[in-house]
Design a protein around this ligand. Sequence first.
Ligand code: AMP
Ligand code: GLY
Length: 427
Amino acid sequence: MTETVLLVGGGGREHAIARAVADDCALYACASNRNPGIRRLAEGFESIDETDAEAVADYATDVGADLAVIGPESALAAGVADALDDAGVYAFGPRAAEARLETDKAYQREFMEEASIPGCPDYAVFDDTEAACDYIDAADGDLAVKPAGLTGGKGVKVIGDQVTAEEAKAYLRDSGYDRVVLEERLVGEEFTVQAFVANGDVRTTPAVQDHKRAYEGDEGPNTGGMGSYSDTGRSLPFMDDGDYEAAVDVLEAVVDALPDYKGVLYGQFMLTDAGPKVVEFNARFGDPEAMNALPVLDTPFVDVLTAARDGSALPELAFSGEATVCKYAVPDGYPVDPDAGARIAVDEESVGDALLYYASVDERDDGLYTTTSRSFAVVGRGDSIAAAERQAEDGLSAAGDGLRIRHDVGTADLVERRIEHIDELRE
Ligand code: AMP
Ligand code: GLY
């Protein structure tokens, strides 16, 4: 039987999900922007705000969806999974209560402590800005300053890395967040492990390293992620298999404590001299990390979704064994002052063997326009990170003017620096 699947969201991550399922189902999609990649793969596309839970559930019912996949965290926070479940459409994505793991960073840490999840840094939660500033003054060592709510990955400031203690206090006083988490600054290399979760099962995908800083050499402000790479096996060149297994143990411990969790569970880890520590959990695929994991997944993703819905054991996952390198093209000025509403050209012919994923662009009658977020990504695959990087760079000749790219993602130099960093920490 052909399943009818509704995809919620219109970014690069969702284009990757669309491509992973389109051949094996009847795909419908809704998002606030018109993503041309998703639109072409879908039998129907409706412009709906991803956070309008009722409108999404109505559309799912109208198209006769058997199940739904939810891409963005904003939709999870708005209760889109709850609305779909209540309308009788199985949502592969946690209900708002479980998505708090991502949407409330104070809850995330308290949950980890109560459930004895390994890898939790020392932390404190504040509802009062001046008390938080006093804590910064008294701190013995550097801290990460995190607004408790969603900030698109751009709200965290790390003292001793991006800001001084004085700047962090000014940031808190200016922004007036209701709740903030202050936690021990973790030092090391970051990596992500994403797992498919349902019916108590956890199936993990290869580790990925994202690049959050806007500019080459890890300079500049944090972004949603400028690009990412994965290796031919499960772990990354600066990790050993034990580090990957420790990350999997953390994800499994979370699911033991939240047995009703369903959807993607994303663990962001810092590999420190004391092993992996948890930077955060997300309740959905990463963007760009979905574009590393899904193109190398040989198991049909629809089989994962239907097993999840049917209450069956999730299939064991098979991967192609290729390395991947993903690089985003973003509007000039992103993330601080993005040039939104600019018309851009993407020459699809010159992408070659690389994969092209459209992201936060808007397709109009007369062409493609930027929004305030990332425009499109190119993913190279190969039998090494170096080969995948070359393919991605070749594909990037598709990018016209008005776009910026971090060309250093996945290069041999950058990967070597990550390895040296961990070697130094572990000496
Ligand atoms: P988050 O939104 O929690 O993922 O934080 C965004 C980024 O801030 C992370 O990817 C890290 O680079 C950095 N960060 C968050 N928490 C910490 C921490 N405890 N120590 C060091 N860096 C952190
Ligand atoms: N790439 C980081 C995220 O999706 O949150």
